[in-house]
Design a protein around this ligand. Sequence first.
Ligand code: MOS
Length: 703
Amino acid sequence: MTTTTGVAAVTGAVGSAHTRVEGRDKVTGAARFSGEVPFAELTHGWLVLSTVARGRIRSVEDGPVLAMPGVLTVLHHENAPRVDIDYMGMLGRPNPVLGIFQHDRVPFAGWPVALVVAETSEQAREAAEALVVRYDEEPHDVAFRAGRPDAYTPEDSPLVEAETEKGDLEAQLAASAVVLEAEYTTPEEHHNPMEPHAATARWEGGRLDVIDSNQGSTWVAGELAQLFSLDPASVRVRSEHVGGAFGSKGLSPHQVAAVMATTVLQRPVRVVLTRRQMFSLIGYRSPTAQRIRLGADADGRLRALDHQAQSLTSTVYEFVESSAVLGRVLYDADAHHTLHRLVRLDVPTPTWMRAPGEAPGSFALESALDELAEKCGMDPIALRVRNEPGTAPVSGLPFSSRNVLACYEEGARRFGWAGRDPRPGLRREGRWLLGTGMAAATYPSGVGPSTAAVTADPDGTFTVRINAADVGTGARTAMTLVAADALEVAADRVRVRIGDSDLGPAMIAGGSMGTRSWAWAVTIAANELRELLALGDGIPPEGITARSNTAEAIGALSQQERHSFGAQFAEVAVDEDTGEVRVRRLLGVFAAGTIVNPLTARSQLVGGMTWGLSMALHEEAVRDQASGGHVGADLAGYHYAAHADVPVIEADWVDDPVPGDPVGIKGIGEIGIVGVAAAIANAVWHATGVRHRNLPIRPDRVL
Ligand code: MOS
């Protein structure tokens, strides 16, 4: 039986601030991260990455290294266990980078060519650094630039529709009184969580047991089973605490390397990535070159919206940074065209990085809206309100709920937008030029099938089991609150177990879908448990357990556009002598359905907004054309916002009920970053009168 009663605030746990249930463990060090879990007989693997950007491995001279102290084995393409990478995984085909040590080809600088395993981490590192690998090098191409002639339109994937068209774009542009055409670029950016990627693998009682740091142990266990042709029931992946992920913690070569090595050595093997290795092994955000054309009537009504975005991928795997998708839902126009184009280069494959698509896409589109407002002589909010759609502009689907107007209104009120003089370059405070800007934000609210179990224990407490991942977001705490409300008990009577593939399949912490997906499964299981308890048969020693599986209910969801929305506001000061941009204030107001835990939700939104500031002003990974690798691949060389760069950031939300939705949660993982870079760029224009269409807005570009 399936009940889909909503996460109503019965006990009021959902919607009230709650500190993290594992907070004390984290600040006392009792919480162990994956690289810290002790094992008897533990060995340490160190990856060796290619130093050339394209070519073939001629030889791996492992002889001298095998004689070094503590070295147990060196795995490479001539001796490593074989894996199968021809399968369909939970999120599509696997990235061929998971097929490490299977052949001699090198498709980018930083491709894994060997794993050195030793008794200690230091011995493994020393040997790895001493290992001589010879290559037959081939010419490489890592130059991303707008309008490359080899750019192509990718096939549609279930995750990204490459191109959409509605109406006659050129005719509407020709009929427009005001036309804006502009090109925007964003650089390669990296998500390097504080906790590096780490996996420990061992064979235990005939099962493969992996201690990992990931966004979904169901996902990682499933892929490892397929890669190594194992019965899925014989693979267990645990990921209890995760020190940040942001899209980077799925499958990477280190997990595969650890499993290969433990299979060869029959001892536990730990592989931890270095910060530098993370720059080539865990994915990143592709640079983008985006072209926008907007056509409007003199009163700002949009006739045409064209957004074309070029990004890059590797030669081995296709990943599309879906930057052009926002306009499909944000603004009405008589004609729409959105298109993604890709170029294949000799670089690592990019991946999802916080608000994949929308983060760089919103910089272009929301900057362009600001430029159009200027051309029309309109307030930027008024322009957006004028083009507010009733139903989704391209798909025609109804919105599950859409409260972006309330975000504009509440944001404008709190920010003090009313009475803003739109003319640029007029306000100053000493040598600082002052300006304000805003942008809209949106991100899809998806959901994935999950299973959950809720047990009533004889002592009057409850245990929730769901293979959620708490990547630092407070997922464990959120599920505690959701379960408490569904069970109608106080939150301190609920304990939640997560991060273990043995708990049963569940959605990943990704795409802003985790909380919504898990809450649904937990609520159904809790409701069923209450029905079992209502029978009044007493609770046996093993407890009474109810289980749920949301696959069917999710399959039956009506066709709607489900999105979170928001409005971002920024105030900046620009030093007219040095070009330094200081962000003085950021305010984000969001409409994102039910907010489960205001404390951790606010923290997550502020985190996203901080990242948006960093994206606007600082972040830029520089690829060296000669070597094909990075310049400054560490957290000193990759410049990002530090505390002193970050002003008071306010994040808040408006009521956003979602009628007919079984959980009412929309997700807030990504939307915090969306629109921030545009709001800041628009504020810099307002301060200086100069448009910045290329990120980051470095001092040397400002003046
Ligand atoms: Mo998010 S970039 O889908 O982890």
